[in-house]
Design a protein around this ligand. Structure first.
Ligand SMILES: NC(=O)c1ccc[n+]([C@@H]2O[C@H](COP(=O)([O-])OP(=O)(O)OC[C@H]3O[C@@H](n4cnc5c(N)ncnc54)[C@H](OP(=O)(O)O)[C@@H]3O)[C@@H](O)[C@H]2O)c1
Length: 210
């Protein structure tokens, strides 16, 4: 698939590495695609990676992935131009400064706010619930980590679940986009365990079935 990733940081870079290894093509959407860090990332990812300004990157993309800091997300979406008809996967978390908590929650979510900004797009929440290093496809946990996917578009959801599998996860449908109200606090739990409870970043959540 042709994937545009808006935001070429920790999350964008890690997902790109996984997906390129599985045969996908990734074009980063960036404010300055010629920035040295982005050019170095593209070079390290090989021939199936590129970077352009966001409007160009999303044009031919089958999936648009948002991996920007929350305060930059509305502007990043605007820079894409119209996303109507696109599948958009929102990896962001609406974090308060210093990871103090979530700016939005319980009666709505960052995912639902993104759907308002990206008018006419099919928006999914995913890849927000674990550390970026768990998304690069190079982890060595005793079992697959879980990745919940929330979104309203039943026809497009299988493709997003497949992208989660392609990034090495046990992909689980968490229901409608409003389930982002649960998935963003789950990210906050991961952050709290990592930074306040002393677990560090080398862990993730798994789902056990019987
Ligand atoms: N880090 C994690 O472990 C983790 C895990 C799960 C979810 N998340 C969430 O994922 C999102 C990204 O986190 P991150 O750690 O990857 O952040 P990051 O490393 O700071 O990278 C953010 C990227 O967004 C780009 N950006 C900023 N404004 C932009 C715009 N208007 N248009 C296009 N690109 C823009 C930045 O590029 P510039 O060089 O132009 O500033 C940078 O490449 C956040 O919402 C975070 O809460 C993070």
């Amino acid at each position: 698939m042709n994937i545009a990733i808006v935001g070429a940081g920790n999350v964008g870079g890690a997902l790109a590495r996984s997906w390129i290894a599985r045969g996908h093509a990734v074009c980063f959407g960036a404010r300055d695609p010629n920035k040295a860090e982005i050019q170095a990332l593209v070079k390290s990812l090989g021939a199936r990676a590129s970077a352009r300004d966001s409007a160009e990157a999303v044009k031919s993309a089958e999936i648009v992935v948002l991996a920007t800091p929350w305060p930059a997300t509305q502007a990043a979406i605007q820079a894409c131009g119209s996303l109507a008809g696109k599948t958009v996967v929102d990896c962001t978390n609406p974090l308060l400064p210093q990871l103090a908590g979530l700016e939005i929650g319980t009666t709505t979510s960052g995912g639902e706010q993104v759907a308002q900004w990206a008018r006419g797009a099919s928006v999914f929440k995913a890849f927000n619930q674990t550390g970026a290093e768990n998304m690069s496809g190079t982890t060595s946990y005793p079992q697959k980590l879980v990745m919940f996917v929330a979104g309203d578009d039943a026809q497009r959801k299988p493709a997003v679940l497949q992208l989660a599998r392609d990034a090495g996860f046990d992909a689980v449908d968490a229901g409608p986009l409003s389930a982002a109200r649960l998935l963003e606090p789950l990210a906050m739990l991961w952050i709290s365990l990592a930074y306040r409870q002393g677990l560090g970043r080398e862990f993730g959540f798994a789902l056990v079935r019987r």
